[in-house]
Design a protein. Structure first.
Length: 96
């Protein structure tokens, strides 16, 4: 489930950037990109919670350390890419 939601988050982020580049209203796509990023993190947390409930310590030991770094990195990139149009728009408006 988290993989599907993560792919939707990536697609929404690229739609956000595309809409900004083409001069269209990008704010809904930005909100969707950030929302699906948050839902991806929740889905991943649920997966790990399920492993804890069944005491699958091997899965936790194998997956969690690497996924932690990946989730921090990908979430940071998602936030930066989704809010980049806001900063670019402000910079463009100041230079006018």
């Amino acid at each position: 489930m988290w993989l599907l939601i993560g792919i939707i988050a990536i697609v929404a982020t690229f739609i956000n950037l595309f809409m900004y580049i083409t001069g269209k209203d990008y704010k809904l796509a930005m909100a969707m990109g950030l929302s699906f990023t948050a839902l991806t993190l929740c889905a991943e947390y649920t997966l790990i919670s399920d492993w804890v409930e069944v005491k699958d310590w091997a899965a936790i030991e194998d997956v969690v350390p690497g996924m932690e770094r990946a989730l921090w990195f990908l979430t940071s990139i998602s936030i930066l890419l989704n809010i980049a149009p806001i900063f670019l728009e402000r910079k463009r408006n100041k230079s006018k």
